[in-house]
Structures are given as C-alpha cells and as structure tokens.
Write a protein of this length. Structure first.
Length: 308
C-alpha cells in the first residue's frame, strides 16, 4: 500500500437509484421473483471513506435517519469489504466511515450504494486492481441492486435484477423525491404483493417480466413526457396497501405539475418525474410548503467512483 493511501485512505461516492419501470414475475419455488427493471442512477449519493485497520469496523452518519443501519457484520458495506479481502488474500481489515444521504429502507438502494462504494474503496485502498468484471461478480453476491450501483447511468436489469444491460439515455431527467419517516422492508413488500396477487381481481404478474419498449424509446429520445406514459412499478400496489397515507402525497404531486408519480422500488420513497429543472424546483417548493421533505435530483449519473 502506498504511503499516500496509508495516510489518507480512500473516498468513494456511489449514487442512489430510481426504478423507472419495475415488473415483477410470480414467486418462484424458492420464494424469489424474476423481475425486469429500468434503473436510473440519480444525484443523491452515499459517501464511504476506507482507511487501514487491523479489524473490519464501520461508523455511520448522515443527513438521513441512520438509527436502523447495522454497524457490525450485518452491514452490507462491511460484507463487501470482507469479500474483497477474501478475494485477494488481504490479512488485515479496514475501517469504513459511511455518510448517508439516500433514505434508509426507502427503495432507492442506499445500502447497495454503500456496498458498491466499499468494493471500489477497498480495491483502491489495497491496490488490488481487480477490474470491473471481477468487482461486478462480487457485487452480484451481495444483492441485486449492488451491481447497478457500481455501473450507474441507466440500465435494464433482468433475472433477480442483477443481470444488467446498459440502456441508452440521452439528456437529463429531473425528479423530485419525497422520503418517508419510516422505511419499508423489501421482503415484506414482496410478501404482501404475493398475498394481493392471490386475489382474483389483481394481476398475477408476467410469466417472463420485460421492460416495456416505450420506456427504452423515451430514454433514447430524452423525452420525459413519453417516459411518464410508460413508468410502472408492480410493487407499488403492495407498498401503498401497507402505507396508505402515501396515496395523498402521490395525488398532491401529480396535481401539482408532476408528469408521473410512483413508489421508488419497494418504497416508501416517492419519485415524481418532471419535464425540466424549473418544473422540478416548483414541485419541490409546493411539496415542501405542504409539509413534506422534497429533494430535487437528476439522472443519469455515474456509478461508484473514487473521489480525489
């Protein structure tokens, strides 16, 4: 390890994400679901500092409530660091200092961004030079959203969501996201979706999920109006059933100029697509005046990167 890295450590920034489209297939025998998702990395970031240590330790702070984030080996970033150490035979440990800005358990992949950042940070700190392909293999072992947090940009995810193909997205898309005070458990949302789909009046889900072609056409055309016509999230019905108060916020956002409003991932964070930055600012002001925390973000942005 170079003296510079020994002294200062490594800082990596990784983005949260919004699911522009999320189709969920039926439950498999193992309880998991195949999905088809269009992900977009947005300008709400997690920062991770990695510094030399004899042990694997982590400290967590941020602008969001981090009360429920584990500060031990259950933390996904610590698991990521251990994977890199095992892969290269590193005998020591690392201290990870995580500063969170993505809502916790909010459906925007904050924990996955931490893990992606830890992979990149440890690779740089230990001068492992594993390369993109190897880091993506490690990322896929940690969770479906971790490979995308590494990649960034816009991508289509299939299988469990970790089989990624870059999607061409021209221009900039502006969003207003509204976090919620309490998170939602992703397994609970999927479980509730299965319960709802057992009813005859609820769509049972596609046999082989696929991203709607209109989504990809709108991204290529840099057309938020067209994108709004095709956004969809199959998990939304379950998230709103578990947290019905979110409907009021969705209605307010859509009545106040949003092209479309949707639950982000498994929720409960809400994402509102707008036509341009000025419209996003106006919507942010309206939602803030109504008493909601509202953040203006844009995408696509790069994946996990070392910050010098």
């Amino acid at each position: 390890m170079s003296q510079a890295l020994e002294a200062s450590g490594v800082r990596v920034r990784a983005p949260g994400k919004i699911n522009l489209f999320f189709e969920v297939g039926g439950a498999q025998d193992d309880g998991y679901h195949d999905v088809a998702s269009a992900y977009q990395a947005v300008s709400l970031y997690e920062d991770v500092w990695a510094s030399p240590s004899d042990e694997f330790t982590v400290s967590i702070s941020g602008t969001v409530d981090v009360t429920g984030v584990p500060a031990d080996d259950r933390n996904l970033a610590v698991r990521a660091a251990r994977l890199v150490a095992q892969r290269i035979g590193h005998a020591g440990g690392v201290h990870l200092d995580i500063v969170k800005h993505v809502p916790v358990a909010g459906g925007m992949g904050g924990g996955s961004a931490d893990a992606a950042a830890a992979l990149v940070a440890c690779d740089a700190l230990w001068e492992a030079e594993l390369g993109t392909a190897e880091l993506h293999k490690l990322a896929a072992r940690l969770g479906a959203d971790v490979p995308f947090a590494l990649m960034g940009g816009t991508a289509v995810g299939t299988g469990r969501g970790d089989q990624l193909s870059p999607a061409l997205a021209k221009g900039r898309f502006d969003w207003v996201v509204v976090p919620s005070g309490a998170g939602l458990s992703t397994p609970d949302v999927y479980r509730h979706l299965d319960e709802l789909r057992a009813r005859p009046d609820i769509n049972a889900g596609a046999r082989v999920p696929a991203v709607a072609p209109g989504v990809l056409h709108a991204l290529r055309a840099a057309d938020p109006i067209a994108l709004a016509e095709h956004t969809r999230n199959d998990l939304q019905i379950a998230a709103l059933s578990l947290r019905p108060e979110l409907r009021e916020v969705l209605e307010l956002g859509e009545e106040s100029g949003a092209l479309a409003g949707m639950v982000s991932g498994s929720g409960p964070t809400l994402a509102f697509l707008t036509v341009d930055p000025e419209s996003a600012l106006e919507l942010q002001i309206t939602l803030s005046a109504a008493g909601y925390e509202a953040l203006h973000v844009h995408g696509p942005v790069a994946g996990a990167r070392v910050v010098t």
